[in-house]
Design a binder for this molecule. Structure first.
Ligand code: FAD
Length: 395
């Protein structure tokens, strides 16, 4: 005989645990299964171990989704303020960093412990190291063949996340299940991920690995971000690159303003008037890391000579070069290091109010498995909390 539950949730990550707690509070009997050995593994490593759990400023435009309006309902049913209240209720100390990002003061473990405490209800069971082999639609819900036994449920919530970081248990399970039920998918690709460079640029810039400074980066669709740019031994990274990677497609260029806080033409003209014999290298090294200037000279992008030898046209061209440094990435580091997966279950298939699929009553998708990806800054966890919460009200 199969064990019966009102709700089975596959995936004990951020969205799955939130959904379990909410459905359990409504008196629904809930089983959460995960193939990993413990819950919330991504939460534990997120934000450098301090989990950037939400942001003071959350809006639909902080998300990448084919339907930009889809996220609005869930984000308004369960806001960042609701999650902050839960954090406060559990006495978790937190701090604000740049751009309204909220982190645990102590450890991401506090977030997992909080979610487990919220799930500590007579109605909620959790089982780990469980593989789901087979799922079938039944007259009243679903039957699941687990490696341990058979279970049946009225509502099935898929909270298996995206493909990023396979080392942490990421699988395409949710996508395969969506296909099994005939749901449309938006092709998946790595998001919030460093860029790799073509061989010549990679070799030229490899020496700059570890150098970081503020920059503005713009994708071909006009989206832009201002944050730190970091050179790595493979290419380009830092928050500004992770952000723009979600708006970049292979073959496209990105344009980087390497000196977003000053007018280089004006600055160089002033320097030339004051120190006409100063070399270009020394002048620019006051504004940007010296090694970067040396590499640009070595590559022949700049010519080092005294400032007085540059005419106004040269200076305008140089200013344009630094304010609009154009580079075509070779690719990205892929799912191995990506923080999120772009694409997933097409949101057209889901009710934005409940996360239930329109075609298969009782089947819900929550969190990153669907075509919703947030910016860097706590937005992905906020989506997990909001979508998990709403599904928990209806599953
Ligand atoms: P997940 O948290 O990935 O949970 C999915 C669960 O499903 C996992 O427990 C997995 O074991 C389980 N599962 C998968 N396949 C199966 C299967 N076949 N059978 C059973 N169980 C299965 N976002 C932020 O907002 N702030 C941050 O600071 C932040 N930092 C990050 C740092 C890193 C290194 C990474 C990789 C991501 C980070 N993110 C951050 C993104 C965030 O972690 C995810 O968007 C979020 O965890 C998605 O929640 P989820 O519940 O949908 O999926």
């Amino acid at each position: 005989m199969a064990e019966k539950f009102d709700v089975v949730i596959i995936g004990a990550g951020a969205a799955g645990l939130m959904c379990a707690a909410e459905a359990g509070k409504r008196g629904r009997s809930v089983l959460v299964v995960d193939h990993g050995k413990k819950p919330g593994r991504k939460i534990l490593i997120s934000g450098g171990g301090r989990c950037n759990f939400t942001n003071y400023d959350v809006a639909a435009n902080n998300y990448v989704c084919r339907n930009p309006h889809f996220v609005k309902s869930a984000l308004s049913q369960y806001t960042q303020w609701d999650f902050i209240s839960m954090i406060a209720k559990h006495g978790i100390a937190f701090e604000e960093r740049d751009h309204g990002q909220l982190f645990c003061e102590d450890s991401a473990k506090d977030i997992v412990a909080m979610l487990l405490a919220e799930c500590d209800l007579p109605t909620v069971q959790q089982r780990y190291r469980v593989d789901v082999h087979d799922i079938e639609k039944t007259e009243h819900g679903f039957s699941l063949k687990l490696n341990t036994d058979m279970v049946e449920c009225e509502s099935l919530v898929v909270a298996t996340g995206g493909l990023s970081m396979p080392k942490l248990g990421a699988t395409p399970f949710g996508y395969q299940l969506a296909e099994q039920f005939g749901l449309k998918m938006v092709p998946t690709t790595a998001g919030l991920v460093p860029f790799t460079l073509h061989k010549e640029e990679k070799e030229a810039f490899a020496d700059l690995s570890g150098i970081a400074f503020p920059a503005v980066i713009e994708a071909e669709d006009g989206t832009s971000f201002k944050e730190n740019l970091l050179f790595t031994h493979r290419g380009l990274s830092g928050p500004v690159v992770l952000q723009i990677s979600s708006y970049w497609t292979p073959g496209q260029k990105v344009t980087i303003d390497l000196l977003p806080d000053l007018d280089l033409e004006e600055t160089l003209n002033a320097m030339r008037d004051k120190h006409p014999n100063q070399s270009l290298k020394n002048s620019l090294s006051r504004l940007l890391p010296k090694r970067l200037i040396e590499v640009l000279i070595e590559r022949g992008d700049l010519t080092d000579k005294p400032l007085k030898q540059f005419n106004p046209k040269d200076i305008t061209a140089m200013a344009n070069y630094f304010h609009q440094w154009s580079i075509a990435p070779n690719g990205t580091e892929g799912y191995r290091t990506a923080e999120v997966t772009l694409g997933g279950v097409d949101t057209d298939e889901l009710s934005s109010k409940t996360m239930e699929t329109k075609k298969v009553p009782g089947l819900f998708f929550v969190g990153e498995v669907m075509d919703v990806s947030g910016w860097l800054g706590g937005y992905n966890f906020q989506w997990a909390w909001s979508s998990g919460f709403v599904a928990g009200q209806y599953a």
